[in-house]
Structure formats: C-alpha cells, structure tokens
Design a protein. Sequence first.
Length: 192
Amino acid sequence: MGKREADMFPVVDAWLKEKGYEVWTEIPHYASCVDVVARHPESREIIAVEMKLGLTKQVIRQAYIAATAVNFSYCAVASNPRQSGVDDCKRRLVGLLRVRKDSVIEIMAPNKEGWAPEIKLMHKRLDRYPQGGTAGLPQQKGVGPAIECAREVKKFFGANSTATWRDAFSEIENHYASYASMRGALVSRGLV
C-alpha cells in the first residue's frame, strides 16, 4: 500500500464496483466532503467510506457524521487498527475496512441501517454529480471544487449578463446544496 490516502482509493473503488455499486468521490456533507460514496443502482442503498492511513478518532468521527446520510458507513485504513479504535467504531456503529495493496478486508460490518435522516439529500447530490473522480487527495491552495466552480461561474456570468445565481446554480456542475449557499461561499471568499 502506498503512503497516501489516494493510493487506497483504486482498491476501495474496485471492491465497491465488484459488489455492483456506482462510485462517486468527494461528495459534500456538512462542512467537508465524504471521500467515497457508493450507491447500488437497483436497491438504491448508499455506502460511505472515509479513508485514512491509520484508524484515528478523526476518521471515525468523519464516518459517523457521514452515517447521517447513508445506509452504511465505513472507515477504511491501510494499517492494522488498534483494538481501542475497533471498539470506538463498534460503539458508533461504523464499519471497518482494512485496505491492502490489491484487496479489501471487511474487519467489521457497520450496523446503522435505517438511521439516516439526510439520505434523501445524499440521493439528490449523487443525482447531480458525475460518477468517478479520485478520493483522498490532500487539500491544496487554489485547487478544489470551489475554485473550479468559481471559474465556471465567472465564465457563465460573462456570457450571460442577465443571468441570476439561481440560473448559474442550475446550469453549472457544482457541489453546493442551493444557489444561496453557492453564492454565499463564492462571494464571501472573494472568488467571484
């Protein structure tokens, strides 16, 4: 296994696709993005996977938060987890995956089906976003979905001088929940 979360993604991606899931990456949920989200085309069941090299409190918390919008949520790690981390996953009803160079081992299945108050919102997001991508890349200054969206918004308003933010939201592929959140985020950061 490589030394980056992004090195884990192809193995997790293949594991999910082998089970018949369609895969998305970096889907927004609350103040961050879920590394990997997968939806089965027939059952519409949704799985979230948060990846880290080791099992930390941070990745367990991320998977727990993601569980509010999916049927099942996992932590995926490249190293052997400590028992205390496994116990924390169990307490939070989060599943645990061990990612190796060419395989995924399910150490513990999640146990949270039926509790996902925001699952309808996640379905809407998946319907809007293209499948694929790369998960686990570090955040870099000047790179990311907000920067790409800002570029597209500038082009859109340049070509459509009478357009509204609502128009931009519906025409431009973006990761925002509403036109108001898109406008607020881009304007407050000075990106448009």
